[in-house]
Design a protein around this ligand. Structure first.
Ligand code: ATP
Ligand code: MG
Length: 556
């Protein structure tokens, strides 16, 4: 490895293991999503880390659906998860399901009962919680703890046969009711749930808990490095205890900090509420921090991977600024997105000295950052649309755009001078009149004039209509989950602004969903799947400059 970049702490562990011949130098990681929602950008962090480790050290990654909770899971989620991982650019070695291990996990539980290390509990969830004690006071041992092995085996079998109702019995590990780590106070291994499972159907009515499924699944698959987030640190002793007592493959657990982004929420449970209560238009709403939402918004796989690389692998939780994600996509799109002209808030401009009915073909570079992107032609005529904000009737001193007597260059065309305006009854400008300088044509300007401003335009007779959707942060609060009260009361009511009729270059009618463009001076936009042959729908991915950083600087 002759990499310049210093290793993150998990890479260091892996390299040490390889150097010491641990597991014969083999590296097998896994990504273990619960199929109870769509993946979000936090999951991307885990995907990039797990698949990245395997790629770097000649290993493999399993995709394992952690489907041990029958009530919240669905095959729709399974399919979306697979699509999102592939879109991010990764391929798993095996597609696996924790539910495929239910027989094996049951056998493991029987094994622990046989060793006197697990027992059937009669107490209810509330009673168990009450007996658990607190971090500073020891718990109380349940009377069921002293059941014989034979009785436990019999009861556990009957739990499986469906003899008991939900919550009537549980299986617990026999550890230490006074352990300072609450997770070791006889944790639950199995619970009864008479529910249909998306894969095993009605075969089971008992389901293993996370702690009695995750580590064992890792072990069954011979996972070498099981990487998870920091909240699982207190679960690690249990992870190791089960593996030791069952004498199975010693997978090892390592923890890193979750990725948190500001101005959004990142728990599937909360994202699901936003979808189900109609606060957004589905899991792939471009305002959502889901992979599918970011994709629809115009983010690329590379930009998301870049964010994950830049954030790095940390041992302490922190909050990442949304501006960093936006920086990553700008970096990429500046190099790759073709430039086009789109007028979002149009006002008519008539060039009085340009021959009526004449159409000229102007040549424009597609991308000044990339010569190979080629050129296109734009039709120019005497009637154009320009942005309303590019004209001022009484401009202040440093207004370098159009006004009465002010000159500006029309991008890829001519220099024009503002002359007069026409207004409606409310005093709104309906038409701007200007004159042009024929000798100032772009590419062969002989006017000798230099003007400070250049504005974009489209020819009114040639322009196509587009709907443009402008997005803002989904929440008004930097960390809605940490606020008091319902996180949904911090939703930004102005997070979506729809411009029903913008005018764009006609060539954009052929653009395909997912194609990305820079609207000159306006930002990066991508074509939404809602587009039709008659009307293109664009999503603003991101502005050209970091508007928030500017706001913050102004406030100082
Ligand atoms: P959520 O609370 O959003 O539902 P989760 O952890 O319950 O998240 P899982 O489907 O269990 O979701 O997660 C699959 C993997 O992705 C786990 O290994 C988990 O640790 C990791 N993961 C989830 N959220 C993040 C995050 N914000 N940052 C990094 N990794 C994450
Ligand atoms: Mg989970």
């Amino acid at each position: 490895m002759s990499e310049e970049k210093s290793l993150n702490f998990i890479e260091q562990i892996v390299e040490e293991d390889i150097a010491n011949g641990v597991n014969g130098g083999r590296v097998l990681t896994r990504f273990p999503p619960e199929p109870n929602g769509y993946l979000h950008i936090g999951h991307a962090k885990s995907i990039v880390l797990n698949f990245g480790l395997a790629q770097k050290y000649n290993g493999h990654t399993n995709l394992r659906f952690d489907d041990t909770n029958p009530v919240t899971e669905d095959t729709e989620y399974v399919e979306s998860i697979k699509a999102d991982i592939r879109w991010l650019g990764f391929e798993w070695q095996k597609e696996l399901y924790a539910s495929d291990y239910f027989d094996q996990l049951y056998a493991f539980a029987v094994q622990l009962i046989g060793k006197g290390l697990a027992y059937v509990e009669d107490a209810t969830a509330e009673q168990i919680a009450a007996m658990k004690g607190t971090p500073t006071t020891p718990g109380v041992e349940s009377p069921c703890r002293s059941r014989s092995v034979a009785e436990n085996l019999d009861l556990f079998e009957r739990m499986r046969q469906g003899e008991f109702k939900d919550g009537e019995k549980t299986l617990r590990a026999k550890l230490d009711m006074s352990a300072p780590n609450m997770h070791l106070r006889d944790p639950l291994m199995y619970r009864i749930k008479h529910a249909h499972h998306h894969r095993t159907g009605d075969k089971w009515c008992i389901y293993p808990m996370y702690d009695f499924a995750h580590g064992q699944s890792d072990s069954i698959e011979n996972i070498t490095h099981s990487v998870c987030t920091l909240e699982f640190i207190p679960h690690r002793p249990l992870y190791e205890w089960f593996i030791k007592e069952l004498e199975i493959f010693p997978s090892r657990q390592y923890e890193f900090a979750r990725l948190n982004l500001n101005y959004t929420v990142m728990s599937k449970r909360k994202l699901k509420q936003l979808v189900e209560e109609g606060h957004v238009n589905g899991w792939d709403d471009p305002r959502m921090p889901t992979i599918s939402g970011l994709r629809r918004r115009g983010y690329t796989p590379a930009s998301i991977r870049m964010l994950c690389e830049r954030v790095g692998v940390q041992k302490r939780d922190n909050m990442i600024d949304m501006g960093l994600l936006e920086f990553c996509i700008r970096e990429e799109l500046n190099k790759t997105a073709n430039r086009v002209m789109a007028v979002l808030d149009p006002v008519k401009l008539v060039i009085t000295n340009y021959p009526e009915g004449q159409v000229e073909e102007m040549v424009a570079d597609n991308n000044p950052e990339d010569e190979s992107a080629g050129t296109r032609t734009l039709q120019f005529s005497n009637t154009l649309y320009i942005e309303r904000e590019d004209f001022m009737e009484n401009p202040p001193k440093k207004f370098f755009r159009l006004g009465p007597g002010l000159m500006v260059r029309l991008k890829n065309a001519y220099i024009i001078k503002g002359e007069s305006v026409e207004k409606d009854a409310d005093g709104n400008i309906t038409t701007i009149y200007a004159t042009y300088l024929p000798e100032s044509k772009s590419g062969g300007d002989l006017s000798g004039l230099t003007v400070k401003g250049t504005i974009h335009w489209v020819s009114a007779a040639h322009a196509a209509t587009a709907e443009v959707r402008i997005y803002d942060r989904l929440f008004r609060s930097e960390n809605p989950s940490a606020e008091e009260g319902d996180f949904k009361s911090f939703i930004n009511p102005d997070s979506l602004q729809v411009i029903p009729q913008a005018f764009v270059e006609p060539g954009l009618l052929q653009a395909k969903p997912g194609e990305r463009f820079q609207f000159m001076r306006k930002g990066y936009f991508s074509v939404d799947p809602d587009s039709t042959p008659e009307k293109v729908v664009f999503n603003r991915t991101v502005t050209l400059k970091d508007a928030w950083a500017k706001e913050a600087a102004k406030a100082k």
